[in-house]
Design a protein around this ligand. Structure first.
Ligand code: SF4
Length: 453
Protein backbone atom coordinates (compact mmCIF):
# COMPACT_ATOMS: atom_id res chain seq x y z
CA UNK A 1 0.00 0.00 0.00
CA UNK A 2 1.59 3.26 -1.15
CA UNK A 3 -0.14 5.39 1.48
CA UNK A 4 1.36 3.31 4.30
CA UNK A 5 4.85 4.42 3.28
CA UNK A 6 3.97 7.90 2.04
CA UNK A 7 1.56 10.11 3.94
CA UNK A 8 2.42 13.62 2.83
CA UNK A 9 3.75 15.08 -0.40
CA UNK A 10 5.18 18.36 -1.63
CA UNK A 11 5.20 19.47 -5.29
CA UNK A 12 7.35 22.30 -6.60
CA UNK A 13 6.35 23.62 -10.02
CA UNK A 14 8.50 25.53 -12.47
CA UNK A 15 7.47 26.87 -15.87
CA UNK A 16 4.30 27.23 -17.87
CA UNK A 17 0.60 26.56 -17.39
CA UNK A 18 1.01 23.03 -18.83
CA UNK A 19 3.34 22.29 -15.93
CA UNK A 20 0.92 23.88 -13.47
CA UNK A 21 -1.79 21.54 -14.71
CA UNK A 22 0.59 18.56 -14.66
CA UNK A 23 1.35 19.34 -11.01
CA UNK A 24 -2.38 19.36 -10.30
CA UNK A 25 -2.54 15.93 -11.98
CA UNK A 26 0.35 14.62 -9.87
CA UNK A 27 -1.29 15.96 -6.70
CA UNK A 28 -4.69 14.56 -7.67
CA UNK A 29 -3.37 11.02 -8.08
CA UNK A 30 -1.70 11.17 -4.69
CA UNK A 31 -4.76 12.64 -2.97
CA UNK A 32 -6.90 9.83 -4.37
CA UNK A 33 -4.57 7.49 -2.48
CA UNK A 34 -5.19 9.46 0.72
CA UNK A 35 -1.77 11.18 0.61
CA UNK A 36 -2.02 14.81 1.68
CA UNK A 37 -0.26 17.92 0.29
CA UNK A 38 2.03 20.03 2.50
CA UNK A 39 3.58 23.44 1.87
CA UNK A 40 6.94 22.62 3.42
CA UNK A 41 9.16 19.97 1.82
CA UNK A 42 10.62 19.21 5.26
CA UNK A 43 7.19 17.93 6.32
CA UNK A 44 6.79 15.61 3.31
CA UNK A 45 7.59 11.92 2.73
CA UNK A 46 7.60 12.49 -1.04
CA UNK A 47 8.92 15.57 -2.87
CA UNK A 48 8.30 16.09 -6.58
CA UNK A 49 10.17 18.65 -8.64
CA UNK A 50 8.12 19.44 -11.76
CA UNK A 51 10.81 21.06 -13.90
CA UNK A 52 10.94 23.28 -16.99
CA UNK A 53 13.70 23.21 -19.60
CA UNK A 54 12.77 26.16 -21.78
CA UNK A 55 15.62 28.37 -20.64
CA UNK A 56 19.36 28.00 -20.33
CA UNK A 57 20.89 26.48 -17.21
CA UNK A 58 17.64 24.58 -16.53
CA UNK A 59 19.59 21.39 -15.83
CA UNK A 60 22.01 23.07 -13.41
CA UNK A 61 19.10 24.63 -11.55
CA UNK A 62 17.35 21.28 -11.32
CA UNK A 63 20.45 19.50 -9.99
CA UNK A 64 21.02 22.25 -7.48
CA UNK A 65 17.41 22.00 -6.22
CA UNK A 66 17.69 18.21 -6.07
CA UNK A 67 20.82 18.79 -3.99
CA UNK A 68 18.77 20.62 -1.36
CA UNK A 69 16.22 17.76 -1.30
CA UNK A 70 19.13 15.29 -0.83
CA UNK A 71 20.28 17.32 2.13
CA UNK A 72 16.78 17.22 3.55
CA UNK A 73 16.84 13.46 3.18
CA UNK A 74 20.18 13.13 4.95
CA UNK A 75 18.99 15.31 7.84
CA UNK A 76 15.93 13.25 8.76
CA UNK A 77 15.27 9.84 10.28
CA UNK A 78 12.20 8.87 8.24
CA UNK A 79 12.54 7.99 4.55
CA UNK A 80 12.04 10.72 1.99
CA UNK A 81 11.21 9.80 -1.62
CA UNK A 82 12.38 12.20 -4.34
CA UNK A 83 10.93 12.31 -7.86
CA UNK A 84 12.03 14.43 -10.83
CA UNK A 85 9.16 15.25 -13.20
CA UNK A 86 8.58 17.62 -16.13
CA UNK A 87 10.66 18.54 -19.18
CA UNK A 88 14.11 18.19 -17.58
CA UNK A 89 13.07 14.68 -16.47
CA UNK A 90 12.34 13.80 -20.11
CA UNK A 91 15.59 15.39 -21.24
CA UNK A 92 17.86 13.83 -18.58
CA UNK A 93 16.22 10.40 -18.01
CA UNK A 94 18.76 7.78 -16.84
CA UNK A 95 21.45 10.47 -16.54
CA UNK A 96 19.56 12.03 -13.62
CA UNK A 97 19.39 8.70 -11.74
CA UNK A 98 23.11 8.16 -12.30
CA UNK A 99 23.99 11.68 -11.19
CA UNK A 100 21.76 11.81 -8.09
CA UNK A 101 21.93 8.51 -6.20
CA UNK A 102 19.13 9.61 -3.84
CA UNK A 103 16.71 10.22 -6.73
CA UNK A 104 13.95 7.58 -6.62
CA UNK A 105 12.33 8.08 -10.01
CA UNK A 106 12.20 10.19 -13.15
CA UNK A 107 8.80 10.86 -14.72
CA UNK A 108 8.46 12.62 -18.10
CA UNK A 109 5.57 14.96 -18.97
CA UNK A 110 3.82 12.42 -21.21
CA UNK A 111 3.82 9.88 -18.34
CA UNK A 112 2.36 12.10 -15.61
CA UNK A 113 -0.76 9.91 -15.41
CA UNK A 114 1.41 6.93 -14.38
CA UNK A 115 2.59 8.28 -11.02
CA UNK A 116 0.78 5.61 -8.99
CA UNK A 117 2.36 2.74 -10.95
CA UNK A 118 5.77 4.39 -10.71
CA UNK A 119 5.47 4.73 -6.93
CA UNK A 120 4.36 1.11 -6.58
CA UNK A 121 7.42 -0.02 -8.57
CA UNK A 122 9.67 2.18 -6.45
CA UNK A 123 8.28 0.72 -3.24
CA UNK A 124 9.00 -2.73 -4.69
CA UNK A 125 12.66 -1.69 -4.91
CA UNK A 126 13.08 -0.41 -8.48
CA UNK A 127 14.51 3.02 -9.36
CA UNK A 128 12.20 3.94 -12.21
CA UNK A 129 12.73 5.98 -15.37
CA UNK A 130 9.33 6.60 -17.00
CA UNK A 131 9.98 8.83 -20.01
CA UNK A 132 9.10 8.78 -23.73
CA UNK A 133 5.79 9.22 -25.44
CA UNK A 134 3.35 6.31 -25.28
CA UNK A 135 0.63 6.33 -27.95
CA UNK A 136 -2.03 5.94 -25.30
CA UNK A 137 -1.54 8.40 -22.48
CA UNK A 138 -3.40 8.12 -19.21
CA UNK A 139 -5.55 11.19 -18.66
CA UNK A 140 -7.94 10.82 -15.75
CA UNK A 141 -9.51 14.23 -15.19
CA UNK A 142 -11.17 13.01 -11.99
CA UNK A 143 -7.67 12.73 -10.58
CA UNK A 144 -6.76 16.40 -10.93
CA UNK A 145 -6.42 18.40 -7.70
CA UNK A 146 -7.65 21.72 -9.07
CA UNK A 147 -6.01 24.47 -7.13
CA UNK A 148 -9.38 25.71 -6.02
CA UNK A 149 -9.08 29.14 -7.55
CA UNK A 150 -11.10 30.81 -10.25
CA UNK A 151 -9.94 28.98 -13.36
CA UNK A 152 -10.21 25.41 -14.57
CA UNK A 153 -7.53 24.42 -17.08
CA UNK A 154 -8.19 21.73 -19.69
CA UNK A 155 -5.50 20.23 -21.91
CA UNK A 156 -6.80 19.86 -25.47
CA UNK A 157 -3.56 19.14 -27.31
CA UNK A 158 -0.21 17.89 -26.01
CA UNK A 159 3.25 18.02 -27.59
CA UNK A 160 4.21 19.88 -30.77
CA UNK A 161 5.07 18.87 -34.34
CA UNK A 162 6.51 22.22 -35.36
CA UNK A 163 10.21 22.69 -35.50
CA UNK A 164 10.97 26.24 -34.41
CA UNK A 165 14.75 26.19 -34.41
CA UNK A 166 15.15 27.56 -30.85
CA UNK A 167 12.64 25.32 -29.12
CA UNK A 168 13.20 22.22 -27.01
CA UNK A 169 9.49 21.49 -26.47
CA UNK A 170 9.06 18.98 -29.34
CA UNK A 171 11.74 16.79 -27.77
CA UNK A 172 10.56 17.15 -24.16
CA UNK A 173 6.79 17.02 -24.69
CA UNK A 174 6.84 14.80 -27.77
CA UNK A 175 4.75 14.66 -30.90
CA UNK A 176 1.41 16.41 -31.09
CA UNK A 177 -1.56 14.49 -29.75
CA UNK A 178 -5.10 15.88 -29.67
CA UNK A 179 -7.74 14.79 -27.20
CA UNK A 180 -11.12 13.92 -28.73
CA UNK A 181 -13.90 16.50 -28.52
CA UNK A 182 -16.12 14.28 -26.39
CA UNK A 183 -13.40 13.85 -23.77
CA UNK A 184 -12.72 17.60 -23.65
CA UNK A 185 -16.40 18.46 -23.26
CA UNK A 186 -16.78 15.87 -20.50
CA UNK A 187 -13.94 17.54 -18.59
CA UNK A 188 -15.36 21.05 -19.10
CA UNK A 189 -18.79 19.89 -17.86
CA UNK A 190 -17.09 18.33 -14.85
CA UNK A 191 -15.40 21.69 -14.09
CA UNK A 192 -18.69 23.58 -14.47
CA UNK A 193 -20.36 21.16 -12.08
CA UNK A 194 -17.66 22.02 -9.54
CA UNK A 195 -18.35 25.74 -9.93
CA UNK A 196 -15.54 26.90 -12.24
CA UNK A 197 -16.96 29.69 -14.37
CA UNK A 198 -13.71 30.37 -16.22
CA UNK A 199 -12.30 27.69 -18.50
CA UNK A 200 -8.87 27.81 -20.09
CA UNK A 201 -8.01 25.47 -22.96
CA UNK A 202 -4.33 24.55 -23.02
CA UNK A 203 -1.87 23.36 -25.64
CA UNK A 204 1.57 24.28 -26.96
CA UNK A 205 -0.20 25.14 -30.23
CA UNK A 206 -3.74 25.12 -28.94
CA UNK A 207 -5.30 26.34 -32.18
CA UNK A 208 -3.79 23.44 -34.10
CA UNK A 209 -6.27 21.13 -32.34
CA UNK A 210 -8.12 18.67 -34.57
CA UNK A 211 -10.61 16.08 -33.40
CA UNK A 212 -8.77 12.83 -34.13
CA UNK A 213 -11.96 11.06 -35.23
CA UNK A 214 -14.37 13.65 -36.61
CA UNK A 215 -12.20 16.08 -38.58
CA UNK A 216 -13.30 19.11 -36.54
CA UNK A 217 -10.91 21.99 -35.97
CA UNK A 218 -10.29 24.55 -33.22
CA UNK A 219 -13.08 26.86 -34.46
CA UNK A 220 -15.52 23.97 -33.93
CA UNK A 221 -14.02 23.35 -30.49
CA UNK A 222 -14.58 27.00 -29.56
CA UNK A 223 -18.22 26.71 -30.69
CA UNK A 224 -18.70 23.59 -28.62
CA UNK A 225 -17.09 24.87 -25.41
CA UNK A 226 -18.34 28.47 -25.57
CA UNK A 227 -21.86 27.12 -26.17
CA UNK A 228 -21.95 25.09 -22.94
CA UNK A 229 -24.29 26.69 -20.38
CA UNK A 230 -22.26 28.01 -17.44
CA UNK A 231 -19.06 28.91 -19.33
CA UNK A 232 -18.81 32.55 -18.34
CA UNK A 233 -15.25 33.14 -19.45
CA UNK A 234 -13.32 31.11 -21.99
CA UNK A 235 -9.60 31.54 -22.62
CA UNK A 236 -7.08 29.53 -24.60
CA UNK A 237 -3.33 29.50 -24.82
CA UNK A 238 -0.96 29.30 -26.75
CA UNK A 239 -2.04 30.18 -30.30
CA UNK A 240 0.31 29.72 -33.21
CA UNK A 241 -0.06 32.68 -35.62
CA UNK A 242 0.15 30.67 -38.84
CA UNK A 243 -2.63 28.33 -37.68
CA UNK A 244 -5.05 31.09 -36.70
CA UNK A 245 -7.68 30.82 -39.45
CA UNK A 246 -10.43 33.28 -40.41
CA UNK A 247 -12.97 30.77 -39.02
CA UNK A 248 -11.28 31.09 -35.63
CA UNK A 249 -11.22 34.88 -35.88
CA UNK A 250 -14.93 34.80 -36.62
CA UNK A 251 -15.53 32.81 -33.39
CA UNK A 252 -13.93 35.62 -31.38
CA UNK A 253 -16.71 37.86 -32.68
CA UNK A 254 -19.47 35.27 -32.36
CA UNK A 255 -18.99 34.24 -28.72
CA UNK A 256 -18.99 37.10 -26.20
CA UNK A 257 -17.90 34.69 -23.45
CA UNK A 258 -14.56 34.19 -25.21
CA UNK A 259 -12.41 36.68 -23.31
CA UNK A 260 -11.18 39.68 -25.29
CA UNK A 261 -7.57 38.64 -24.78
CA UNK A 262 -5.29 36.67 -27.07
CA UNK A 263 -1.70 35.56 -26.61
CA UNK A 264 -0.14 35.41 -30.07
CA UNK A 265 3.64 34.85 -29.93
CA UNK A 266 5.47 36.54 -32.80
CA UNK A 267 9.08 36.10 -31.50
CA UNK A 268 10.67 38.74 -33.78
CA UNK A 269 9.73 41.73 -35.92
CA UNK A 270 12.26 40.81 -38.59
CA UNK A 271 11.43 38.49 -41.51
CA UNK A 272 15.01 37.30 -41.80
CA UNK A 273 15.13 36.36 -38.11
CA UNK A 274 11.72 34.68 -38.37
CA UNK A 275 13.09 32.63 -41.27
CA UNK A 276 16.08 31.54 -39.20
CA UNK A 277 13.71 30.67 -36.38
CA UNK A 278 11.69 28.48 -38.78
CA UNK A 279 8.42 30.11 -37.75
CA UNK A 280 6.73 29.78 -41.15
CA UNK A 281 5.21 33.28 -41.39
CA UNK A 282 6.32 36.81 -42.16
CA UNK A 283 5.70 40.01 -40.24
CA UNK A 284 3.20 41.30 -42.86
CA UNK A 285 1.07 38.16 -42.43
CA UNK A 286 1.20 38.58 -38.64
CA UNK A 287 0.08 42.21 -38.95
CA UNK A 288 -2.76 41.21 -41.31
CA UNK A 289 -3.90 38.71 -38.70
CA UNK A 290 -3.75 41.36 -35.95
CA UNK A 291 -5.89 43.70 -38.07
CA UNK A 292 -8.40 40.94 -38.83
CA UNK A 293 -8.68 40.03 -35.13
CA UNK A 294 -9.10 43.64 -34.04
CA UNK A 295 -11.77 44.25 -36.68
CA UNK A 296 -13.66 41.17 -35.51
CA UNK A 297 -13.31 41.93 -31.80
CA UNK A 298 -12.72 45.64 -31.16
CA UNK A 299 -10.89 46.29 -27.91
CA UNK A 300 -9.28 42.85 -27.74
CA UNK A 301 -5.98 42.85 -25.82
CA UNK A 302 -3.07 41.11 -27.50
CA UNK A 303 0.04 39.81 -25.83
CA UNK A 304 3.10 38.23 -27.37
CA UNK A 305 6.53 36.66 -26.84
CA UNK A 306 9.88 37.87 -28.17
CA UNK A 307 13.30 36.27 -28.26
CA UNK A 308 16.02 38.91 -28.29
CA UNK A 309 19.58 38.26 -29.48
CA UNK A 310 18.76 35.21 -31.64
CA UNK A 311 21.93 33.95 -33.41
CA UNK A 312 23.00 36.48 -36.00
CA UNK A 313 20.41 39.12 -34.99
CA UNK A 314 21.75 42.47 -36.21
CA UNK A 315 20.92 45.87 -34.75
CA UNK A 316 18.85 46.51 -37.87
CA UNK A 317 16.86 43.32 -37.42
CA UNK A 318 16.28 44.18 -33.77
CA UNK A 319 15.04 47.63 -34.84
CA UNK A 320 12.25 45.85 -36.78
CA UNK A 321 11.16 44.25 -33.50
CA UNK A 322 10.92 47.67 -31.84
CA UNK A 323 8.89 48.92 -34.82
CA UNK A 324 6.49 46.00 -34.50
CA UNK A 325 6.03 46.64 -30.78
CA UNK A 326 5.28 50.31 -31.47
CA UNK A 327 2.86 49.44 -34.27
CA UNK A 328 0.83 46.70 -32.57
CA UNK A 329 0.82 48.22 -29.08
CA UNK A 330 0.58 44.89 -27.25
CA UNK A 331 -1.16 44.81 -23.87
CA UNK A 332 1.68 42.65 -22.56
CA UNK A 333 5.02 41.36 -23.84
CA UNK A 334 7.00 38.39 -22.53
CA UNK A 335 10.53 38.91 -23.78
CA UNK A 336 13.71 36.99 -23.01
CA UNK A 337 17.25 36.78 -24.32
CA UNK A 338 17.89 33.83 -26.62
CA UNK A 339 18.82 30.76 -24.67
CA UNK A 340 20.64 27.94 -26.50
CA UNK A 341 18.93 24.62 -25.76
CA UNK A 342 20.45 21.18 -26.29
CA UNK A 343 19.57 19.42 -29.54
CA UNK A 344 17.90 22.43 -31.19
CA UNK A 345 18.67 23.50 -34.76
CA UNK A 346 19.52 27.07 -33.73
CA UNK A 347 22.80 25.79 -32.25
CA UNK A 348 24.01 25.36 -35.84
CA UNK A 349 23.20 28.97 -36.75
CA UNK A 350 26.35 30.38 -35.26
CA UNK A 351 27.08 32.04 -31.95
CA UNK A 352 24.33 34.02 -30.24
CA UNK A 353 24.60 37.77 -29.90
CA UNK A 354 27.01 38.69 -27.07
CA UNK A 355 25.25 38.50 -23.72
CA UNK A 356 25.75 42.17 -22.83
CA UNK A 357 24.42 43.33 -26.18
CA UNK A 358 21.39 41.04 -26.02
CA UNK A 359 20.63 42.23 -22.48
CA UNK A 360 20.88 45.85 -23.59
CA UNK A 361 18.44 45.20 -26.47
CA UNK A 362 16.08 43.41 -24.12
CA UNK A 363 16.07 46.41 -21.77
CA UNK A 364 15.31 48.77 -24.68
CA UNK A 365 12.42 46.57 -25.73
CA UNK A 366 11.03 46.37 -22.19
CA UNK A 367 11.31 50.14 -21.70
CA UNK A 368 9.33 50.78 -24.88
CA UNK A 369 6.73 48.21 -23.87
CA UNK A 370 6.42 49.70 -20.36
CA UNK A 371 5.58 53.10 -21.88
CA UNK A 372 2.96 51.58 -24.17
CA UNK A 373 1.49 49.45 -21.42
CA UNK A 374 1.18 52.38 -19.04
CA UNK A 375 -0.61 54.40 -21.73
CA UNK A 376 -2.99 51.51 -22.46
CA UNK A 377 -3.65 51.05 -18.75
CA UNK A 378 -4.31 54.77 -18.34
CA UNK A 379 -7.09 54.47 -20.91
CA UNK A 380 -8.89 52.18 -18.44
CA UNK A 381 -8.98 54.76 -15.63
CA UNK A 382 -12.59 55.80 -15.04
CA UNK A 383 -13.97 52.58 -16.55
CA UNK A 384 -15.78 49.91 -14.57
CA UNK A 385 -14.21 46.50 -15.15
CA UNK A 386 -15.73 43.09 -14.55
CA UNK A 387 -13.01 41.55 -12.42
CA UNK A 388 -12.77 37.88 -11.57
CA UNK A 389 -11.27 37.58 -8.08
CA UNK A 390 -8.07 35.52 -8.12
CA UNK A 391 -6.94 35.92 -4.50
CA UNK A 392 -5.82 38.25 -1.75
CA UNK A 393 -3.95 41.43 -2.60
CA UNK A 394 -0.62 42.48 -1.13
CA UNK A 395 -2.20 44.74 1.49
CA UNK A 396 -4.55 43.61 4.24
CA UNK A 397 -8.16 43.70 3.11
CA UNK A 398 -7.26 44.04 -0.56
CA UNK A 399 -8.08 41.60 -3.34
CA UNK A 400 -6.53 40.90 -6.73
CA UNK A 401 -8.29 39.91 -9.88
CA UNK A 402 -8.20 39.90 -13.66
CA UNK A 403 -10.28 41.83 -16.16
CA UNK A 404 -11.62 39.99 -19.23
CA UNK A 405 -8.58 41.46 -21.05
CA UNK A 406 -6.37 39.73 -18.46
CA UNK A 407 -5.18 42.94 -16.82
CA UNK A 408 -4.37 42.59 -13.14
CA UNK A 409 -6.46 44.75 -10.80
CA UNK A 410 -5.75 45.40 -7.11
CA UNK A 411 -8.70 46.74 -5.13
CA UNK A 412 -10.03 47.00 -1.58
CA UNK A 413 -12.30 44.09 -0.76
CA UNK A 414 -14.92 46.32 0.87
CA UNK A 415 -17.46 45.10 3.38
CA UNK A 416 -18.87 42.25 1.28
CA UNK A 417 -16.86 39.02 1.29
CA UNK A 418 -15.79 37.78 -2.14
CA UNK A 419 -14.29 34.39 -2.87
CA UNK A 420 -11.84 33.57 -5.67
CA UNK A 421 -13.93 33.06 -8.77
CA UNK A 422 -16.49 35.77 -7.92
CA UNK A 423 -16.98 38.37 -10.61
CA UNK A 424 -17.17 41.93 -9.30
CA UNK A 425 -17.66 45.32 -10.96
CA UNK A 426 -14.67 47.40 -9.97
CA UNK A 427 -14.20 51.10 -10.81
CA UNK A 428 -10.64 51.72 -12.01
CA UNK A 429 -8.98 54.63 -10.27
CA UNK A 430 -5.28 54.43 -11.16
CA UNK A 431 -2.96 52.91 -13.76
CA UNK A 432 0.46 51.39 -13.12
CA UNK A 433 2.76 49.97 -15.79
CA UNK A 434 1.79 46.36 -15.14
CA UNK A 435 -1.52 46.57 -13.30
CA UNK A 436 -4.56 48.68 -12.44
CA UNK A 437 -5.76 49.92 -9.08
CA UNK A 438 -9.47 49.99 -8.35
CA UNK A 439 -11.92 51.30 -5.79
CA UNK A 440 -14.38 49.23 -3.77
CA UNK A 441 -16.57 46.95 -5.91
CA UNK A 442 -19.88 48.47 -6.97
CA UNK A 443 -23.18 47.20 -5.66
CA UNK A 444 -24.86 44.85 -8.07
CA UNK A 445 -21.59 43.00 -8.61
CA UNK A 446 -21.75 39.28 -9.05
CA UNK A 447 -23.19 38.93 -12.52
CA UNK A 448 -21.16 36.62 -14.62
CA UNK A 449 -21.53 38.32 -17.96
CA UNK A 450 -18.35 39.22 -19.75
CA UNK A 451 -18.34 42.44 -21.71
CA UNK A 452 -15.71 43.71 -24.05
CA UNK A 453 -14.13 46.98 -22.99
S1 SF4 B 1 5.29 26.05 -31.96
FE1 SF4 B 1 7.51 26.35 -31.99
S2 SF4 B 1 7.90 27.51 -30.08
FE2 SF4 B 1 5.85 26.62 -29.87
S3 SF4 B 1 6.17 24.67 -28.80
FE3 SF4 B 1 6.17 24.20 -31.00
S4 SF4 B 1 8.34 24.27 -31.62
FE4 SF4 B 1 8.17 25.31 -29.61
Amino acid sequence: MISRSIRRFFVETWGCQMNELDSQRLAGQLMQLGILPVRDPAAADLVLLNSCSVREKAEQKVYSRLGSFRKLRRDRDAPLFIGLCGCVAQQEGERALARVPELDFVLGPARVGELREVLARRLAGERVVATGFPRERQFDFDAIARDGSHKGMVTVIEGCDKRCTFCIVPSTRGPERCRPLAEILAEVRHLLAYGFAEIELLGQTVNHWRDPERGLDFADLLDAVAGLPGVERLRFVTSYPRDFSSRMVERLARHPNICPYLHLPVQSGSDTVLRRMGRGYEVAAYLDLVREIRAARPGIALSTDFIVGFPGETEEEFARTLELVAEVRFAAVFAFCYSPRPGTASLRLGPPVARGEAEERLQRLLRLQDEIQRELNEERVGAVEEVVVTGWGREAGWLSGRTPCHRIVHFPGGSRPARPGSILRVPITRALAHSLVGGEPLLGSGSGTVSSP
